[in-house]
Design a protein around this ligand. Structure first.
Ligand code: HEM
Length: 276
């Protein structure tokens, strides 16, 4: 880091470009032209994950403080970042199987599966999984970050608490659950969702927040899907560097949901199920 004062600070100083631009270390021998793309695609994703985490944590705190409009502003930004993250798969899709094969062995067992920030975003959105913390046993700073996130309520947990404060009937097993455990769909929450969706005008800000959450989940799934399809065109049916089955493993993640009741209520509406 430089010690420049605001008066003599340059663009490169402010952004610490020396650090940023010297952080790409291709490993292939002989050097492979396409490895830089692979590294930058991951690094830019990690930078965006960092911003997503920053915004989602803030959104969660704002919801906890009953400041829904400000929280929605945060989520609007997250949605644009997600769109950027999803769009950038098309850059990596220019990497052909033969190009990737020239440096794949040099990645050894490293894999996006070990992205602590990705896991932290999943935790923040409610996909808690204590087993994921163990992935970082040999990297204490990442393990500690993830352990902290595991013990904190997710964005959804905090939103459900807000619903309870607004007078909706929700049991303690929803509003005061063990945050370290995966969220389990609740009939009480579905009932609240039915109430909200049957009368949007009365519950407008809640209704709008529910729809923002669905947008977030939808965007997340778009990212997962584009990852899967890009991986499929690059490695086909081969196993991942992290040791998983590869594409079949990634396909299973498409079954995950962060906000189950917000999807269940859609089926109810389509089937004409009333909230009473
Ligand atoms: C050639 C490019 C890529 C290939 C072949 C690839 C392949 C895979 C595979 C096979 C997995 C499953 C775990 C494993 O066995 O390794 C995985 C997981 C993952 N990858 Fe990629 N990946 C690529 C690029 C990226 C990029 C650019 C990112 C951006 C950060 C990324 C992020 C992730 C994440 C977060 C997971 C964990 C997903 C989960 O657990 O649901 N990958 N990748």
């Amino acid at each position: 880091m430089t010690s420049a004062t605001p008066h003599d600070m340059s663009y490169a100083d402010y952004l610490d470009l020396e650090t940023l631009l010297s952080a790409q270390h291709p490993l292939a021998q002989p050097p492979q032209h396409d490895e830089l793309l692979f590294i930058i695609q991951h690094q830019t994703s990690e930078l965006w994950f960092k911003l997503v985490l920053h915004e989602l944590r803030s959104a969660r705190d704002l919801i906890g403080a009953d400041e829904l409009p400000a929280a929605l502003k945060r989520l609007a930004r997250v949605k644009h970042v997600q769109a950027t993250l999803t769009g950038q798969w098309s850059v990596l899709a220019t990497l052909t199987p033969s190009e990737y094969a020239k440096f794949r062995d040099f990645l050894a067992t490293s894999s996006g599966f070990q992205s602590v920030q990705y896991r932290a975003v999943e935790f923040l959105l409610g996909n808690k999984n204590p087993d994921m913390v163990r992935v970082f046993d040999s990297e204490p700073q990442w393990r500690d970050l993830l352990t902290e996130m595991l013990h904190e309520p997710s964005l959804y947990d905090v939103f459900l608490q807000l619903l309870a404060r607004r007078g909706f009937s929700l049991p303690a097993e929803v509003t005061d659950r063990d945050w370290t455990q995966p969220y389990v769909a609740s009939d009480a929450v579905l009932q609240v969702a039915r109430e909200v969706y049957s009368d949007p005008e009365t519950h407008w800000d809640i209704y709008e927040t529910c729809e923002e959450l669905v947008d977030l989940e939808d965007n997340f799934q778009q990212w997962r899907f584009r990852h899967l399809k890009t991986v499929e065109r690059i490695i086909g049916s081969a196993r991942g560097t992290g040791g998983s089955s590869g594409v079949p493993f990634l396909r299973r993640a498409l079954e995950l949901t962060f906000f189950p009741e917000l999807y269940a209520v859609r089926g109810d509406i389509a089937n004409g199920v009333s909230h009473r």
